[in-house]
Ligand binder design. Structure first.
Ligand SMILES: [Zn+2]
Length: 124
């Protein structure tokens, strides 16, 4: 299994270097939105369903984004959990999410432009 060999805390997220030679930045917003703990998953379930493009209403429904406070997006601490996951302590004290390496890899593949430049695996 691919494991992180280096994790850097950035002002805007975390940088992970993996044992397979790839490296990614994961924005803290994405991490927080993907927090896998039970209470966050409930929230996501109801809130984060964006409609696909193509609904041609002229007046887009007012979209109210519950803006995340800075604290919610500030990563105070990262620690390893066993050898399969990371724990993250957020600025607002939230720390129940367990970010498995699998989840982190999934987040990375969901990132649009991240692969560019940060050492993606050889295309073949
Ligand atoms: Zn959570």
């Amino acid at each position: 299994m691919t494991k992180p060999i280096e994790i850097k805390r950035l002002p805007t997220g975390i940088h992970i270097k993996w044992s397979d030679g790839t490296a990614f930045d994961i924005p803290s917003r994405l991490l927080r939105e993907s927090c896998p703990c039970a209470s966050c998953r409930e929230k996501h379930g109801s809130l984060s369903h964006e409609k696909p493009l193509g609904s041609n209403k002229k007046k887009a429904a007012l979209k109210i984004v519950e803006s995340s406070s800075d604290e919610e997006l500030r990563i105070d601490r990262i620690w390893p959990i066993g050898n399969y996951a990371l724990g993250i302590l957020w600025g607002d004290g939230h720390q129940t999410g367990i970010y498995t390496y699998n989840l982190l890899r999934e987040l990375e593949t969901a990132l649009p432009a991240n692969a560019a430049g940060s050492g993606s695996a050889t295309p073949r």
